[in-house]
Design a protein around this ligand. Structure first.
Ligand SMILES: CC(C)(COP(=O)(O)OP(=O)(O)OC[C@H]1O[C@@H](n2cnc3c(N)ncnc32)[C@H](O)[C@@H]1OP(=O)(O)O)[C@@H](O)C(=O)NCCC(=O)NCCS
Length: 191
């Protein structure tokens, strides 16, 4: 069970994880994960090949948290504080949360992404209960889809877009509730 203790610093502890708002001090750790080709096996073009991409990512997430009261966390082990990756929700231009996670390969297979996703859903409900929580995945990434499902999201759309993908791979949009036509259209267009 996820038991959260919301600290003044917005630090959250789950059973096994320490979730803290991303800060510039996390950039090198985040870059280690986002530049690792193994974390982009489903979408190789997304890999960060230069540190500036990670600086930009972290700055955007910090800005999003400042504007919307919540954003992705730096994820660390609650016991030894080892950096495990990034996960949580970020606000999108469609006015819905995007639930995402990218963990170091050595951390996979322990249920950490599920633990992060449940904490993120809980935090999003506290900050903005009326805002849908959504996720976007590729059909070649069933582990990620399994995490969304366990966090309470359901598949609302699957199909192809004009963007290049490996042969036979489609895009999916998941959500925790009914979406407006505009929200759905934005998510499909940006799936
Ligand atoms: C996707 C990712 C976050 C999952 O992290 P994780 O901590 O290993 O996930 P969890 O252990 O919480 O849950 C994954 C579930 O998917 C299942 N799974 C893994 N591979 C699977 C596969 N090929 N088919 C079906 N289910 C699979 C796991 O068995 C697990 O379920 P279980 O606990 O019942 O066994 C991690 O692999 C990652 O960071 N990948 C690279 C980045 C990425 O793909 N991010 C998502 C982009 S949309």
């Amino acid at each position: 069970m996820v038991h959260q203790l919301l600290m003044p610093s917005q630090e959250i502890r789950t059973d096994r994880l320490l979730l803290t708002p991303l800060t510039p001090a996390d950039i090198d750790d985040v870059h280690g994960v986002f530049s690792d080709a193994r974390t982009w096996i489903h979408l190789p073009a997304g890999r960060h090949t230069v540190r500036a991409s990670t600086v930009d990512l972290v700055q955007r997430k910090i800005g999003g948290r400042a504007r919307h009261g919540l954003g992705s966390w730096a994820v660390r082990s609650a016991t030894d504080h080892a950096f495990l990756g990034v996960g949580g929700v970020d606000m999108t231009a469609a006015g819905v949360w995007n639930l995402g996670y990218r963990l170091a390969p050595s951390a996979w297979g322990n249920g950490y992404a599920t633990e992060i996703a449940r904490a993120a859903v809980s935090a999003a409900h506290e900050v903005a209960p009326d805002v849908p929580i959504t996720g976007r995945v590729l059909t070649n990434n069933p582990a990620s889809a399994a995490v969304l499902e366990r966090a309470g999201l359901s598949l609302v759309w699957q199909g192809s877009t004009s963007a290049m993908l490996p042969t036979g791979v489609e895009r999916q949009v998941w959500a925790d509730r009914a979406l407006s036509r505009t929200q759905r259209a934005w998510l499909v267009a940006n799936a």
